[in-house]
Design a protein around this ligand. Structure first.
Ligand code: DX5
Ligand code: ZN
Length: 228
């Protein structure tokens, strides 16, 4: 099942609760929450208090919980990951190059009752997965360099998605493959056909006045692909 995860990095921060609700009413499956520390990445965004504040808005009109997908671009990871779990995160992903003891951090996140995942920058090799994939619920591939919304999709990501799809299939486990950066209605089908099942989109959604229209366009491309 495909999931569309709008990144609230491009939302209206002066009206965040309203925007989270609006994008869920427009069809968002997950809310993607980008955490930047001006250390691991050259930008600063939002922290656990903001996650706790928007959590009550992460509910669909039929009352279902909409997962809060926290992408940590911070170094170190452990303490802030626990703070986000307590703030209501459902999934927490981190960059393995930002924490010394990757296995321990994955376990720590799972012990908090969250799904845990690893994020790979465009030039980062996938080597750590050889020994960590058993503790991973989600793999997030960056299709831009992290730190900013509104950048262009890096082409080599398609090959990387194919590689990770094979790896996941070889485990036989249910691991999500999420892609983040530069995703728009006109490339989402290609990202999906390479093997991704979860799509982060920030500027493509929030820079348009009609969120529903963009999400429906994306869903339409994915449906067409599913039909063959
Ligand atoms: C970049 C963030 C992304 C970003 C995506 O560091 O991780 O989630 O918001 O934004 P767009 O969709 O505009 O590339
Ligand atoms: Zn992100």
């Amino acid at each position: 099942m495909f999931r569309i995860a709008p990144s609230i990095l491009s939302a209206d921060f002066a009206n965040l609760g309203r925007d989270v609700k609006a994008v869920i009413d427009a069809g968002a499956d997950w809310i993607h929450f980008d955490v930047m520390d001006n250390h691991y990445v050259p930008n600063l965004s939002i922290g656990p208090a903001v996650a706790a504040a928007i959590k009550p808005y992460c509910v669909s009109s039929d009352g279902a919980t909409v997962p809060l997908d926290v992408h940590l671009m911070v170094q170190p990871v452990d303490e802030i990951a626990v703070a986000f779990a307590k703030a209501g995160a459902d999934l927490i992903t981190f960059h393995p190059d930002a924490e010394r003891h990757v296995d321990r951090t994955l376990q720590l996140i799972r012990d908090q009752g969250c799904q845990a995942g690893l994020v790979f920058n465009p030039a980062m090799s996938l080597g750590v997965l050889e020994w960590a994939i058993d503790k991973v619920d989600i793999i997030l591939l960056m299709s831009v360099n992290p730190g900013f919304g509104g950048q262009s999709f890096i082409e080599s990501t398609y090959r990387k998605i194919e590689r990770v799809r094979q790896l996941i299939d070889s485990t036989g486990r249910d691991i999500r493959l999420e892609v983040d950066g530069g995703i728009k209605p006109d490339n989402i089908a290609r990202v999906a056909s390479a093997g991704a099942d979860t799509f982060v989109a920030g500027s493509a959604v929030f820079n348009e006045p009609n969120y529903k229209y963009v999400i429906e366009q994306m869903r339409g491309s994915l449906d067409q692909l599913a039909k063959g």
